[in-house]
Design a protein around this ligand. Structure first.
Ligand code: ATP
Length: 133
């Protein structure tokens, strides 16, 4: 029986995090899910949101954009388009991205609405996650 989980967070930009933790809560596409050691293995997609882990009394908080999670009894691998620890989020950059996306969405014509909406959601979520640091 496993006491710990290895949490690995990987993005195309590089390896973001690895550590032994006790509990993980992640933003699944079908809703938030929690993982403790010895969880039944599963694979799921992730949406833009906040991932948290607990390691003893320590809590870690990450922004995660969409991707995949592979859950095993003693390991959770997060493959996300982007991921930042809450205290590594550049809030001014996120505010600028939010403003850009809002301006784009106001134009209505000749824009990729889904792309602008996703950019807006990433920016708003980053600002929210940064407030949790
Ligand atoms: P921007 O328009 O500011 O680039 P974005 O949402 O399009 O924002 P992403 O495509 O999600 O950015 O990420 C590109 C890279 O930049 C990733 O490595 C991501 O971790 C990093 N990144 C994006 N925004 C921030 C931020 N506000 N703070 C820290 N890192 C960021």
């Amino acid at each position: 029986m496993a006491d710990n989980l290895t949490l690995d967070i990987v993005t195309p930009h590089g390896h973001v995090f690895t550590d032994e933790v006790h509990e993980i809560v992640a933003p699944g596409s079908e809703g938030e899910f929690g993982v403790l050691p010895d969880h039944v293995p599963f694979l799921t997609t992730l949406k833009i949101g906040m991932l948290t882990y607990k390691k003893g009394t320590e809590t870690g908080i990450f922004f995660i954009s969409s991707g995949y999670a592979e859950v095993g009894p003693d390991k959770v691998t997060i493959l996300a388009d982007s991921a930042e620890k809450s205290d590594h989020i550049d809030v001014e950059r996120a505010k600028a991205a939010m403003k850009r996306a809002e301006e784009r969405l106001k134009q209505k014509e000749d824009i990729d609405e889904a792309r602008a909406t996703a950019a807006l959601e990433r920016a708003i979520t980053r600002i929210h996650v940064a407030e949790k640091r």
